[in-house]
Design a protein around this ligand. Structure first.
Ligand SMILES: CC(C)(COP(=O)(O)OP(=O)(O)OC[C@H]1O[C@@H](n2cnc3c(N)ncnc32)[C@H](O)[C@@H]1OP(=O)(O)O)[C@@H](O)C(=O)NCCC(=O)NCCS
Length: 156
């Protein structure tokens, strides 16, 4: 069973062992770079299965201040990853499916969540789509690695 929970200090050693494939670093950065993004408004989460941490993501509560496509009372999802040794087994999709109900309960005052995903990152795009996100149709063109789809899920 997939569990989503806030990352704690005790998780740090295990989280540092997570990594993505070399050709995926352009989409999320390295784990080390991601961990440097710690702040009060970037909520770090771990994805856990059978007592092991298998993935990570950030809920950014200031995303809508940074991106014009983001709406009022909208969270941002960033740095979503499943460890490279465990990808392609349906775990990313299960994590997204668990994420939406979790956020509905943990962020009750927020209306929706949005993310961008590189148009070449078909695995991630499919993962979000099958996990419940909708492609809003617009593209975000200012990403460092090329055009990105914008995807959103209601939290209501
Ligand atoms: C994106 C990511 C989280 C997906 O996790 P995952 O566990 O590998 O994904 P799943 O096995 O649950 O697959 C989800 C869907 O994507 C598809 N998929 C997975 N890898 C794929 C690939 N390389 N190419 C095309 N489709 C792929 C699966 O077939 C599945 O589609 P379906 O629901 O239609 O059957 C993982 O690949 C990852 O960590 N990538 C690197 C970091 C990254 O790019 N994050 C996204 C930033 S926006």
């Amino acid at each position: 069973m997939i569990i989503i929970r806030r990352m704690t200090e005790n998780d740090l050693t295990e989280v540092k062992t997570l990594s993505v494939e070399e050709n995926q670093i352009k989409y999320v950065g390295t784990t080390e770079e991601i961990l440097q993004q710690s702040s009060d408004t970037n909520h770090f989460y771990v994805i856990q299965k059978n007592n092991s941490i298998i993935g990570f993501f950030i809920i950014d509560t200031t995303y809508n201040k940074k991106y014009s496509f983001a709406q009022e009372a909208e969270l941002g999802l960033r740095a979503f990853l499943i460890d490279k040794n465990l990808q392609g087994k349906g775990l990313g999709k299960q994590a997204v499916m668990a994420l939406i109900p979790y956020l509905k309960s943990a962020y009750k005052e927020w209306k929706s969540i949005v993310l961008t995903v590189n148009c070449k990152n078909s695995g991630a795009y499919r993962c979000y789509l099958s996990g419940g996100f909708i492609d809003i149709g617009d593209r975000y063109l200012e990403g460092p690695a090329g055009p990105q789809y914008i995807m959103r899920s209601s939290l209501k």
